[in-house]
Design a protein around this ligand. Structure first.
Ligand code: C2E
Ligand code: MG
Ligand code: MG
Length: 678
């Protein structure tokens, strides 16, 4: 907490100013930003602003320039400071322009939200809260005599404050002798505490009104009760709209199905019953896998129509006592109470898959929307609503990749999920506290034996577990979205390292970094451009390693980005080549400079015929496309000799060197250590 401004001055704290380029990379960082976020300017300039991102605020307003050509926009955001603490801020985003009025970047100013109010201001706030409230307020002394009323009191009852002051609250009673209000107020003043209820009251003009009332007490600094505080509202109209509100609060408006809230209540009741008579049951989570995509591409009406139809199809097939609900945007849930056997759940799940398989007629089109189903059983997997829903959701995550796409929850899933959650939290911490580092693995030329490049491979110096390889955390970072921040860190660190070598007058070959498919968006070229400029590096010093998994983003989206990167002069290597699918189809369209033969094929060389044949085919193909070919994971001289004879250009593997810390790699290059080729 040490870095947060002193609360008493927080209201007037200077706004933090952060300058960004158009891609969201930090170009300027004020002292107030250091106070606010804990990072020093030299730690963040050149890095992407996403390093402040907070899971509660994934929209990241700073990356959206003000709408409709406006020069400035303001909004409230949640960010995370260096220590991982949550900060709520008022963001003002301004477009910075050059002399021609063309945008050159963005200026974000953050004002801490004013959560501490000075005593006098607080008093003024309370008074205006009471005065402006739409609810009637009256305050009585300990005898029950009115000492204060607000404007809404007069409006609701017809009595002016002069008429009300000094009277008891029974002024509003229906009975001639009062007694509707006073006993409750007196009860509260005797220490009965808060009273909530409904009473029938009477206005000055004699009209009778149902009132909803809350009575509480106010005490002085010594705990002696001094006043009763009554808030009331006319509930004539709310009564009428209550059932409508009730419906809105409990049902999804698109499908008309119970929402998560009502499902929880209904399932809760079912479980209470099941506990009494040892009942069996199940909860199914059904995910409409392409729904988000359908909403994005075909629009909201089509998306809504599709969910509603899916709901209808399921409704017809379920029993009276089953509970079908819309759990969230693309998820439905089905509770199956009173099953005789647990196998019944699988039958229903298959039925769900069959019912939702046919295309939907929406917006004049036939649209497919595949689903997955996760199943949790009770009492086996738990006996409370939240636990069962969580289990079914976890099972659903597994089901997405299964064939058929359904899965039962298992304890092992739970353990894995908990473990992942823990690692994710630790990784977040690691990113903020500099626990990550880059190792470098040299690539050597098979013509000269000299080092011609290196690959940067991330490592985590874990405080408890020691040095961890990417296999322990990159997949988790991919799942949780942390990979963006991690990838950003890697790029930044690689550039910082190159810059450092350059500044020390060392000549070092290019460094390759691995990119996750998630990092590959349309902003990537600009981000890299800014990064290279900030570190004063030529694009030829940095290489990017990508894998075919990138194609999940779609060739139409990915290839133009790759072309842009290639045009900037960045070398692109296709990593793990041969392990993906449809490699050949894409290979021709990709502007790649390097093919890396995956270790999986190198392992079998020179004894396994298949592996040798694949390696030969890859080399031949690469040569025809004038791509440089690197063999990964070369461990033996026999492998080296074979690959060299094939015409492979470079080798990366333990035979020459494992990945090593930057200083060791630097020494290998400076001492011109070579791979003996014979
Ligand atoms: P990759 O890009 O294919 O990296 C090569 C991996 O093979 C490295 O494992 C390296 O240590 C290992 N290797 C190299 N030579 C040999 C050898 O002769 N024998 C054996 N058995 N292994 C060898 P590492 O460092 O564990 O990295 C694994 C994967 O993690 C990388 O595969 C890459 O896909 C991913 N990764 C590493 N760093 C990053 C990163 O910064 N960002 C992203 N997105 N992924 C990364
Ligand atoms: Mg790689
Ligand atoms: Mg590889």
């Amino acid at each position: 907490m040490g870095r947060l401004p002193d609360p008493s001055s927080r209201g007037s704290a200077e706004a933090a100013t952060v300058r960004l380029d158009l891609a969201g990379f930090i170009t300027g960082w004020s002292d107030a930003a250091t106070t606010q976020f804990g990072y020093r300017a030299d730690e963040v300039v050149g890095r992407h602003l996403l390093l402040l991102s907070h899971p509660d605020d994934s929209d990241f307003a700073e990356l959206e320039p003000p709408p409709n050509g406006a020069q400035e926009a303001s909004t409230t955001v949640v960010r995370r400071n260096k220590s991982g603490e949550t900060v709520r801020l008022r963001l003002t985003l301004r477009v910075a322009t050059d002399a021609d009025g063309d945008p050159t970047g963005l200026v974000a100013t953050y004002q801490p939200l004013n959560t501490d109010v000075a005593p006098e201001a607080r008093l003024r706030l309370y008074v205006s809260l009471i005065e402006d409230s739409s609810q009637g307020v009256l305050v009585t002394d300990t005898e029950g005599r009115i000492v204060m009323v607000n404007a809404a009191f007069s409006r609701l009852t017809g009595y002016t404050d002069q008429e009300a002051l000094g009277q008891t609250a029974d002024l509003l009673s229906v009975g001639r002798d009062g007694s509707d209000f006073l006993p409750q107020i007196q009860g509260a003043l005797r220490g009965a505490g808060l009273w909530l209820g409904e009473v029938v009251g009477r206005r000055k003009n004699g009209e009778v009104v149902p009132l909803s009332l809350s009575i509480s007490t106010v005490s002085d600094g010594h705990g002696t009760l001094t006043h009763a505080f009554v808030i009331f509202s006319d509930i004539t109209s709310p009564r009428e709209t209550e059932s409508r509100l009730q419906h809105l609060a409990n049902f999804d408006t698109v499908t008309g199905l119970p929402n998560r809230l009502l499902l929880s209540q209904l399932l809760g009741q079912t479980l209470t019953q099941a506990k009494r008579d040892n009942g069996l049951g199940a909860v199914l989570v059904v995910q409409l896998l392409r729904l988000s995509h359908i909403y994005d591409t075909l629009g909201h009406e089509v998306g809504d129509d599709l969910v509603a139809q899916a709901g209808q199809r399921l409704k017809q097939a379920l029993r009276e006592q089953d509970i079908l609900s819309r759990l969230g945007h693309d998820k439905l849930a089905i509770a199956l109470p009173n099953m005789r056997k647990h196998e019944h759940a699988a039958l229903v799940a298959h039925k769900v898959l069959a019912l939702l398989r046919p295309a939907y007629a929406v917006g004049g089109l036939a649209v497919d929307c595949p689903v997955s189903v996760g199943i949790a059983l009770y009492p086996d997997n738990g006996m409370d609503t939240a636990a069962l829903l969580r289990c079914a959701e976890l099972a659903n995550q597994r089901a997405v990749a299964a064939d058929p796409p359904l899965a039962y929850f298992s304890q092992e899933m739970n353990e894995r999920a908990t473990e992942r959650f823990r690692v994710e939290g630790e990784l977040r911490h690691a990113l903020a506290h500099g626990e990550l580092l880059l190792y470098h693995q040299p690539k050597v030329s098979l013509r000269t034996g000299r080092i011609v490049g290196a690959e940067a491979l991330v490592r985590w110096q874990h405080p408890r577990l020691g040095l961890l390889g990417p296999g322990h955390f990159v997949p988790i970072a991919e799942d949780s979205g942390l990979i963006l921040e991690l990838g950003d860190w890697v790029l930044h660190e690689a550039c910082r390292q190159l810059r450092d070598w350059q500044a020390r007058g060392l000549t070092m070959p290019p460094l390759a970094v691995n990119l996750s498919a998630r990092q590959f968006d349309k902003y990537l070229p600009k981000r890299l451009d800014a990064l290279l400029a900030t570190h004063d590096l030529a694009p030829q010093q940095l290489k990017l390693e990508i894998t075919e998994s990138l194609m999940v983003r779609g060739a139409d989206e990915v290839i133009p980005i790759m072309n842009e990167l290639a045009a900037m002069g960045l070398g692109i290597a296709l990593d793990d080549f041969g392990t993906g699918y449809s490699s050949l189809a894409y290979l021709k369209k990709f502007p790649i400079t390097t093919l890396k033969i995956d270790r999986a094929f190198v392992t079998g060389i020179p004894h396994q015929g298949d592996d040798c044949a694949i390696a030969r085919a890859i080399v031949t193909m690469g040569q025809q496309m004038r791509q440089e070919i690197v063999a990964e994971g070369v461990e033996t001289t026999a492998q080296m000799a074979f690959l060299r004879a094939l015409g492979c250009d470079q080798l990366q593997g333990y035979l020459f060197s494992p990945p090593v810390p930057a200083a060791d790699y630097e020494r290998l290059v400076q001492q011109d250590i070579r791979l003996p080729l014979h």
